[in-house]
Design a protein around this ligand. Structure first.
Ligand code: SF4
Length: 364
């Protein structure tokens, strides 16, 4: 398949690994931002091919993992209300809130539906004018434009029964939070190619220069990831700290301007809590006041939410690259994909799930 199989080519993989081995001279810690990249690394065993000087740590770029417990509990409360159809991406249904998840709400009679796009939720709202349809708008810069478009479309259609529970997060403030932490170990980032396809990478050069950290836009196939790593290691060994595009077949510096325009039209920046990490200033998007009537948080009264996280789960440290999933005492025992204690074990992009599915023997 064009644009896919050539980026899984074993001979190219080994050529890149050899070049990385020749280039690296010192120890470096590199963080891949996106959970999709984490899964590709574990699935193809790329970390096993790398020289010992390179340590990969896994970043917070898993939208399901970082959606705050408080928002999950709000979703559970709204989905439990009579007359509500709660529409969500499938991954969110098993994410544990404070004691239950959306599957258990559905088992108790709640109308919780899996959709593949917010436009599916719009159609549900059109077909059910006597019901309130709420879409769980989670994710990074990748999903936000489509979710913003759904609000624009709901307005154009005059829908009064559609709202969004917004939990959008942004990558650059998370990079600032990780690099500014006194505990930080990250010396280079592999930036998420799909985020940059939307946003470009014009936000990254100031971060690279401020913290003296290479940021390389990277794709998701084995060749892409090793190419991103090679560019990062070349910069580190040469003492360069630049934002660099290792995914030019998809990403431009400017990104997708129409998508950025719709984001600006519908959303404004806000402080946002990240699950396991805490509040990161200006790291989220919320609806602008002119679209407040589509905000599920104001449309539904869900009372005071007092979230309770599992005391065992260390996913916050995993998401900041401070610990590996295997260092969690619950990993693979008390916490498994069938019985997750934290969101990083649930999501198809979660680091704990990646270690469980692909690495439990290698890391056991
Ligand atoms: S293994 Fe489970 S409990 Fe441990 S950090 Fe991962 S999600 Fe949390």
């Amino acid at each position: 398949m064009k644009y896919l199989t050539e980026y899984r080519d074993a001979s190219l993989v080994h050529t890149l690994v050899d070049e990385i081995r020749r280039t690296v001279k010192r120890n470096w810690v590199v963080m891949e931002i996106c959970g999709g990249q984490t899964h590709a690394i574990m699935r193809y065993g790329l970390d096993q091919l790398l020289p010992p000087e390179i340590e990969l740590v896994h970043g917070p770029g898993c939208p399901v993992c970082v959606t705050s417990l408080e928002l999950i509990d709000k979703a559970l409360a709204i989905a439990s209300q009579p007359g509500v159809i709660f529409a969500s991406y499938g991954d969110m249904l098993r994410v544990p809130g404070s004691g239950r998840d959306l599957f258990s709400v559905r088992a108790s009679g709640g109308d919780v539906r899996v959709v593949y796009s917010p436009l599916d939720a719009i159609k549900i709202a059109q077909h059910n004018p006597d019901r309130q349809v709420v879409f769980f708008a989670i994710g990074f810069e990748t999903t936000a434009p489509a979710n913003a478009m759904s609000v624009v479309q709901a307005e154009a259609l005059g829908l009064k029964n559609y709202s969004v529970l917004v939990s959008h997060v942004r990558v650059p403030p998370a990079m600032h939070a990780i690099l500014g932490s006194p505990e930080n170990r990250v010396q280079a980032f592999l930036a998420a190619g799909h985020v940059c396809a939307v946003m470009g990478y014009w936000e990254y050069p100031p971060i690279a220069h401020q913290y003296k950290v290479p940021i390389v836009v990277t794709g998701f196939e084995p060749v892409d990831i090793l190419q991103g790593l090679l560019l990062s290691i070349r910069q580190l060994e040469a003492g360069r700290f630049e934002a660099e595009n290792g995914y030019p077949r998809v990403v431009t510096f400017e990104g997708n301007r129409p998508a950025q325009d719709v984001l600006q039209r519908v959303f404004q920046e806000c402080d946002r809590k990240w699950r396991g990490i805490g509040l990161i200033p200006a790291s989220g998007w919320r609806l602008r006041p002119e679209y407040a009537r589509f905000d599920a948080e104001t449309r539904f009264s869900v009372g005071q939410i007092q979230p309770e996280e599992s005391p065992i789960c260390i996913s916050g440290q995993v998401l900041q690259g401070l610990k590996k999933p295997k260092q969690c005492p619950a990993f693979g025992d008390l916490c498994t994909p069938e019985h997750p204690l934290g969101a990083t074990m649930v999501s198809s992009e979660g680091a704990c799930a990646a270690y469980f599915h692909y690495g439990i023997e290698a890391y056991g």
